[in-house]
Ligand binder design. Structure first.
Ligand SMILES: C[S@@+](CC[C@H](N)C(=O)[O-])C[C@H]1O[C@@H](n2cnc3c(N)ncnc32)[C@H](O)[C@@H]1O
Length: 224
């Protein structure tokens, strides 16, 4: 997704938006490039549980979930600048002190920037399916990335996955099976952000629900 979402209005990411241009650069290796995302929150919030949402889009899940769970800190990652600006501005206007939104590629952010054992839950809702065979290597959910998620999750932590795409769901299950020593597959429970019959309450869920598409979902529970 790309393009301006501001409709000519000024956008301000305030303290919510984290642009990595303002942070120490990447080192020579992941181990020398780590950041501590807990320090991005107010001093009174640093010991709270921390969740990560990958591919936040317009930020609807983050806004609803962060309002429903004020005792949890949320980090969103969005690499499309227009969506990052839109979502961060939206969270700032709602006065959410428990959200930070990073403008970065999720692969780099998780593998290079995140320390071990800090995340309670990783939310991945309607990731880009890359349906063409020659593009499938771009899919976010792959066994090596799941191993990185295992590293950044705290004991008992979970990865929550939802997609409308049959082929991508089969792919996710196959890649989860490759890391069966690190995760167990469990049923998916709807999120606090969901409204009515929704599972997670993101923009893509709402759009696809109007189109009558079926969804697939799973939770991967970290084996400690
Ligand atoms: C299909 S949209 C889904 C947005 C939202 N999760 C929803 O359900 O409404 C996928 C989003 O993930 C973002 N995205 C895709 N790959 C990403 C990556 N590697 N790092 C960060 N964001 C990514 C895209 O820019 C887009 O906003």
């Amino acid at each position: 997704m790309s393009g301006s979402l501001s409709h000519g209005k000024a956008q301000d990411v305030g303290a919510v938006g984290i642009d990595l241009d303002g942070l120490p650069g990447l080192g020579d290796s992941p181990e020398t490039s780590r950041l501590d995302p807990r320090t991005w929150f107010g001093a009174d919030r640093r010991d709270l549980p921390l969740d990560l949402e990958i591919g936040s889009g317009k930020g609807t899940f983050l806004v609803q979930q962060a309002e429903a769970q004020p005792g949890v800190n949320y980090i969103g990652i969005e690499y499309a600048r227009a969506y990052w600006l839109h979502a961060a501005d939206r969270c700032r206007r709602r006065g959410l002190t428990n959200v930070r939104l990073v403008h970065e590629d999720a692969g780099t952010f998780v593998s290079w920037r995140m320390p071990d054992g800090v995340m309670r839950v990783v939310h991945v809702y309607f990731p880009d399916p890359w349906p063409k065979k020659r593009h499938q290597k771009r899919r976010l959910i792959q066994a090596p990335f799941l191993r990185e998620l295992h590293r950044v999750l705290s004991p008992g932590g979970e990865v929550r996955l939802v997609t409308d795409h049959d082929g991508y769901f089969t792919w996710m299950a196959e890649h989860a099976a490759e890391v069966a020593d690190q995760f167990t597959v469990e049923p998916f429970e709807r999120s606090d952000a969901a409204d009515g019959v929704e599972m997670v309450g993101t923009n893509f869920e709402r759009k696809y629900r109007r189109e009558g598409r079926p969804f697939h979902a799973m939770t991967l529970r970290r084996i400690d």
